[in-house]
Design a protein around this ligand. Structure first.
Ligand code: PLP
Length: 410
């Protein structure tokens, strides 16, 4: 293990466990120990692990055609663009391979739009604690000084305001003629599960209309049913101009998308943007299948129901816990903010509770269970998190993996 790691760059603080197979919300390591997955690969495997229909479509398409090139028409790409358009009201799509790339496309569109208006140095309004990726442009757009440290010079062209604060945005209207767009997550994920209020999103939409700014929503983590609607902005009843997607769109098969409507949807001229792998037949067909399954099984609605259960369960279990500052979230995107650094809980959750969790911003436990979870599994996540927070680190709990084995089988 250590030998292998020595050949990998140290970009990640890795837990000393690796999984060899999964099924639904469950994972197994090489020793056959079973774990419950409450993070879904960080909001990626929303249909769970080893979904049989996803596995089958990957195998079938791999046996037909993986990749040609965007030099040619790609039928599955056209189908996926149409399907996503029908769900979102967007008119055109650009496909890529990751969230950061989807945001890069959005940022390039914003700049093109600015230049068309005669703005030489277009700027994009972004949020404190926002997260948009790790490429230089998306790192520059992100609002985490710790993650930016060491990578100067960052890209210019961003203005930052506090999240969910309409007055902060309003105070810039009219003051900064270079602003062309606002880029925002409806619920900040890496930023600690911060839900933007529906009033804020509505007022932001109105302000963007008044000012002629593009409203660009980073739905990479919130999209695809995660928050209890297909997309996070739908809770506010607004329609953005640009939407970026990735994470759950391929259920683990890499794919990202930048969707747009209106004039901005037609801004890229041939040759102005591109991606070798982006939108290949395999990725797009997998994403179409993900959409089929999510629609057929009503998973966005399930996320709303299960999310309520998870939030209520956690609040009830943790109400008397002195270290818990807040339990908040939307759908199956839930954060538990503690009063101190809790990064060590990730390792303890694995060894003591056989539970996968993440911690973001040092003090917030982030739960992102797969949308295919059943009620028993949600209750089990609550139970294990509560145990983790209410028992000392020396306590070995017997129940993991054995509890209600049959009931846990989705
Ligand atoms: C994960 C994430 C990204 C970056 O996606 P990558 O695929 O890692 O590049 C961007 N924005 C948000 C909101 C994310 O959660």
């Amino acid at each position: 293990m250590t030998e292998h790691l020595s050949h990998l760059m140290r970009a990640y603080a890795r837990q000393p466990v690796s999984f060899v197979r999964g099924r639904g919300a469950r994972l197994w390591d090489a020793q056959g120990v079973e774990y419950l997955d409450a993070i879904a690969g960080v909001a990626v495997t929303s249909l769970g692990h080893a979904h049989p229909e996803i596995a089958a479509v990957i195998a079938e398409q791999a046996g037909m055609l993986l990749h040609t090139s965007n030099v040619f028409r790609i039928d599955w790409q056209e189908t996926l663009g149409e399907r996503l358009g029908a769900l979102t009201g967007m008119q055109k799509a650009f496909f890529c391979n990751s969230g950061a790339e989807a945001n890069e496309a959005a940022l390039k569109l914003a700049r093109l739009c600015g230049h068309q208006k005669g703005i030489a140095t277009p700027r994009v309004l972004v949020m404190e604690n926002g997260f948009h990726g790790r490429t230089i442009a998306t790192l520059s757009a992100s609002g985490n000084p710790a993650k930016q440290a060491g990578f100067a010079p960052l890209l210019p062209g961003f203005l930052r305001v506090p999240h969910d604060d309409i007055d902060a945005v309003r105070s810039l209207a009219g003051q900064s003629p270079d602003i062309v767009a606002v880029l925002i997550e409806p619920v900040q994920g890496e930023g600690g599960i911060r839900v933007a209020s529906t009033d804020y999103l509505r007022e932001l939409r109105m302000l963007c209309d008044q000012q002629g700014w593009l409203l660009m929503l980073d739905e990479i983590q919130t999209g695809m049913g995660r928050t209890g609607a297909w997309f996070g902005y739908q809770h506010a009843g607004i329609v953005p101009d640009v939407i970026t997607l990735a994470k759950a769109l391929g259920n683990g098969f890499p794919i990202g998308a930048c969707l747009a409507r209106g004039a901005v949807a037609d801004l890229f001229a041939p040759g102005q943007h591109g991606s070798t792998f982006g939108g290949n037949p395999l990725a797009c067909r997998v994403a179409c299948t993900v959409l089929d399954i999510m629609a057929r099984d009503g998973l966005p609605m399930r996320a709303a129901v299960l999310g309520e259960r998870l939030l209520a369960g956690l609040r009830k279990a943790l109400v008397a816990h002195p270290g818990v500052r807040a339990v908040r979230g939307q759908g199956l995107m839930v954060g538990i903010e503690l009063d101190q650094d809790c990064k060590a809980l990730v390792g303890r959750a694995l060894t003591e509770q056989r539970l996968l969790i993440t911690v973001t911003r040092d003090t917030t436990i982030r739960l992102l269970p797969p949308l295919i979870c059943n009620e028993v599994q949600i209750d089990e996540i609550v139970r294990r998190v509560a145990h983790l927070l209410t028992h000392g680190s020396d306590r070995e709990l017997p129940a993991c993996g054995v509890v209600a084995q049959t009931a846990l089988t989705a």
